[in-house]
Design a protein around this ligand. Structure first.
Ligand code: SAH
Ligand code: SF4
Length: 374
């Protein structure tokens, strides 16, 4: 199989051109063709030297990943099933919110972290996605939207909140981020990209040093070690003390405020004790809290709290001076939800090979809603 062009950062491309004896100036033109003009056929890069074009046409794969299924929710959320070259598929969800259109991309096939509330966890980690497969989700969806909705339909933001733990796939997600942010290419600003992590401490420490400065969201879910360990076994290894020692190293100037995602599960982490612990742990000036009412799925061991309880929790945090929001429900009619991924639905026999998810009345489903993120 040929290497993918979409694995190359701008610097990688320059190095490659140099190594092959081509002029490095070509890198700017090539990134412009691919990422600004959407021209994926090397022979059409007309202002690039012929031998360079021929090299990419014969030695590199520049085709887009295939979208094998897509669904449009009544509220405008679109879910896509994107096929990788080895036949594996991942989900990516485009979420409209005000003037934004945010793509929620996957970073791995499956996940090794094993959070007890997350459906993705049940399948374990199958493999990491390559930079080209992360960038590829974006390019495939962007191409689809241009062709089906209109030439002006543009993805504006990205959240790394699909399947997988992005910091477990550190180097590949770093490269993908460099490609998204390259001024010569897509030129997405650092405020338009949000990485969500379950709290892999060594990777957070490294992130502070050598990851492009994107927005950071931490999946906190509890400010009490015993409760957090029950929800997220990773807390046994990297508890709250270690997690916050690492978070303190993230330069706040670049990131402004850190977002803390807080899953709300009934009688688990939604009590007064939890409110008090959360208020003590976080600093309102440096944090934003995004409450995520638990999405139930067949066989899930937690329940979504009542609407009153959710509003009560929100109110308590606001009273403590926090910027606190609730992630709203979107895309429920197409099962475009965190933790509700295709493979698990296949297992549960709720996935139709041709039509996608089978709709089951009454299933609670909400999707990542970017409006609450930085
Ligand atoms: N692995 C990363 C990013 C992907 S998950 C992380 O854990 O942060 C994105 C968000 O969805 C996380 O905050 C996660 O806790 C949440 N999530 C997973 N399953 C969920 C469910 N069933 N209901 C509500 N939120 C869920
Ligand atoms: Fe992995 Fe995130 Fe799911 Fe935890 S919540 S199992 S880290 S995808």
């Amino acid at each position: 199989m040929k290497p993918s062009f979409f694995d190359l950062t701008f610097d990688d491309l320059k190095d490659l051109l140099k190594e092959k004896g081509f002029t490095q100036f070509g890198a700017t033109q090539i990134f412009d063709w691919v990422y600004k003009k959407g021209e994926y056929e090397p022979m059409n890069w007309t202002n690039v030297a012929r031998n360079t074009r021929e090299f990419f046409a014969t030695e590199y794969d520049t085709t887009l990943l295939k979208i094998v299924w897509n669904g449009l929710s009544k509220d405008g959320t679109r879910k896509f099933l994107v096929k990788m070259n080895d036949g594996q598929t991942v989900e990516t969800v485009a979420i409209p919110a005000r003037e934004r259109l945010t793509l929620c991309v996957s970073s791995q096939i499956g996940c090794a972290v094993g959070c007890t509330f997350c459906h993705t966890a049940t399948q374990g980690l199958k493999r990491h996605l390559k930079p080209s497969e992360v960038v590829g989700q974006f390019l495939a969806v962007q191409d689809f939207l241009k062709k089906t909705v209109g030439p002006d339909e543009k993805l504006t933001n990205i959240v790394y909140m699909g399947q997988g733990e992005p910091l477990h796939n550190y180097e590949n997600m770093k490269k993908a981020t460099l490609i998204f942010m390259s001024e010569r290419g897509m030129n997405l600003g650092q405020r338009r990209i949000t990485l969500s992590t379950s709290g892999l401490v060594p990777a957070i420490e490294k992130l502070a040093i050598d990851f492009p400065p994107v927005n950071i969201a931490i999946s906190l879910h509890s400010a009490r070690n015993d409760v957090r360990t029950e929800l997220m076994p990773i807390n046994k290894v990297y508890d709250l003390d270690r997690l916050f020692a690492a978070i303190k190293q993230i330069p706040l100037k670049a990131h402004r405020r850190i977002t803390y995602e807080y899953l709300l599960a009934a009688d688990m982490n939604d009590t007064m004790e939890d409110v008090i612990a959360l208020g003590k742990l976080l600093n309102p000036k440096e944090s934003k809290i995004n409450l995520i009412p638990f999405n139930e799925y067949p066989g899930s061991k937690y329940r979504r709290p009542s609407e009153e309880k959710i509003m009560w929790f929100l109110d308590q945090m606001i009273k403590k001076g926090f910027t606190c929001t609730i992630r709203t429900t979107k895309g429920s009619d197409i099962l475009a939800a965190c933790g509700q991924l295709k493979s698990e639905f296949e297992k549960l026999n709720l996935w139709d090979k041709d039509k996608g998810p089978k709709l089951i009345p009454g299933i609670a489903s909400s999707v990542l809603q970017n409006q609450n993120l930085p």
